[in-house]
Design a binder for this molecule. Structure first.
Ligand SMILES: CSC[C@@H](O)[C@@H](O)C(=O)COP(=O)(O)O
Ligand SMILES: [Zn+2]
Length: 207
């Protein structure tokens, strides 16, 4: 049974987040997808193909954690990447996927590398459990594919071994980030994208 009040509340909050992310230029041309957990076994996710800067509460679908819709409409083509995270981590309450220029360009500029190491940045402290700049966080870069179930399986095996990983990149595609709730997820995404921009700039300066 879907909690319709919670569904509406989450949909309004995700639509507001979408406006903000669109203004930043991180979800151009209907790209990106967003979700929030409803309960232990379900989440709401953006409907496929919608403009993510102009979402209304009707542009969301409830799905189970096998990525199957449990309300009417067509959920995001990448729903399995969201539900994989909810299924693996019971503490996760929100997942955001963006096509920011930094995530897209840096993942392509790092052709041939499957790990991005972020070290010594003060802003690493925005990630859960980090309280010093004197540390490193590794972000995996997965190859892009239209086979979303296979990508979800790859992300799942990586995250089984690296449960503190705060997000991942898909090469030439974008970034996935998650958090205990939507505000936490937005904060982590903002920090991660800032760090990706820093890495990109360092790469430019070193070439
Ligand atoms: C507009 S191309 C982007 C899509 O292929 C996809 O990567 C994406 O992020 C949005 O897909 P969607 O099905 O709307 O959730
Ligand atoms: Zn995408």
């Amino acid at each position: 049974m879907i909690d319709s009040k919670l569904f509406y509340h989450q949909a309004v909050a995700l639509a507001a987040a979408g406006e903000d992310l669109y203004q930043r230029g991180w979800v151009p041309a209907t790209s990106g997808n967003f979700s929030c957990r409803l309960d232990a076994d379900s989440a709401i996710v953006t409907a496929s193909g919608k403009h993510k800067g102009r979402l209304s509460p009707t542009d969301f679908i409830a799905v189970d954690l096998n990525a199957q819709p449990i309300s009417s409409g067509k959920p995001s083509a990448e729903t399995a990447l969201h539900t994989q995270l909810y299924a693996r981590f019971p503490e996760i309450g929100a997942v955001l996927h963006c096509h920011s220029p930094a995530a897209t360009v840096l993942s392509m500029a790092m052709a041939g590398k499957s790990l991005l190491k972020l070290s010594d940045y003060e802003l690493l402290k925005a990630f859960t459990g980090i309280d010093t700049h004197a540390t490193s966080v590794t972000i995996p870069i997965f190859a892009n594919t239209q086979e979303i179930d296979s990508l979800a399986a790859k992300a799942d095996s990586y995250l089984a071994e690296h449960p503190n990983c705060p997000g991942y990149l898909i090469r030439g595609h974008g970034v996935y980030c998650w958090g205990s709730d939507l505000d936490t997820c937005l904060r982590k995404l903002e920090a991660l994208d800032f760090l990706l921009q820093c890495e990109l700039e360092q790469l430019r300066l070193s070439r």
